[in-house]
Design a protein around this ligand. Structure first.
Ligand code: FMN
Length: 185
């Protein structure tokens, strides 16, 4: 017996994106977005409310970075997702995280997160509140690379967002090989 939940855009899993940009005074600001995705091979599409400080920053600097929330930093990430830089200019400092300048875009990278997408702003649909950006570089710490030098999602220990229960879920083990496991059927 199936239960109906009506018209909800439930999507499993939703990422927990950590979006960092520079304030006017060059201090970092970071927000969290679970309504985001890749769009094409070198673009990201993220729903960012126009009311967020991050959106002002992104429109000013035409850049931001995206990292991925991990199990080790749940509390810091959640804090960055519930406090606005509009209300607290010390928000990032209070999170206890550290930032360094991205090499290729005018935006900070959070040191504690091993993978960062350096994004160049492309467009913002103010009605849909959808931001599109081009990824100009991805950098990753060696700690999350496998023996072949590729980013290993299991090592990243990223979390996903459960929109129904408003919670963070750790990603589990590798259970299959894409474009391969289905070949035998
Ligand atoms: C788990 C989680 C997911 C969120 N997803 C989004 C999102 O996809 N888009 C958005 O605009 N805000 C989202 N938010 C809210 C912002 O992160 C939050 O309002 C933040 O304080 C904005 O910060 P800022 O004003 O400093 O930019 C999310 C918050 C949490 C905790």
């Amino acid at each position: 017996m199936r239960k109906n939940f009506g018209p909800k855009a439930y999507m499993y899993p939703q990422p927990v994106l950590v979006i960092s940009s520079y304030n006017e005074d060059n201090s970092p600001n970071t927000m969290v977005a679970a309504w985001g995705s890749c769009a094409d091979y070198d673009k990201v599409a993220i729903y960012i409310a126009a009311s967020h400080k991050s959106m002002d920053n992104i429109l000013n600097r035409k850049a931001f970075t995206v990292s991925f929330a991990d199990v080790a930093h749940i509390k810091q990430v959640d804090f960055l997702g519930i406090v606005s830089g509009h209300k607290d200019s010390e928000k990032f400092a209070k999170s206890g995280l550290h930032a360094e300048r991205a090499e290729n875009v005018d935006a900070p990278i959070i040191t504690e997160f091993p993978v960062a997408l350096e994004c160049e702003f492309e467009s913002y649909d103010a009605e849909a509140e959808l931001c599109i950006a081009r990824v100009v570089n991805v950098s990753a710490e060696e700690s999350v690379l496998d023996a072949d030098g590729k980013i290993d999602l299991v090592k990243l220990n990223a979390v996903v967002f459960d929109t129904v229960k408003h919670s963070y879920i750790a990603i589990g083990d590798r259970v299959g090989k894409a474009f391969s496991d289905g070949k035998n059927l």
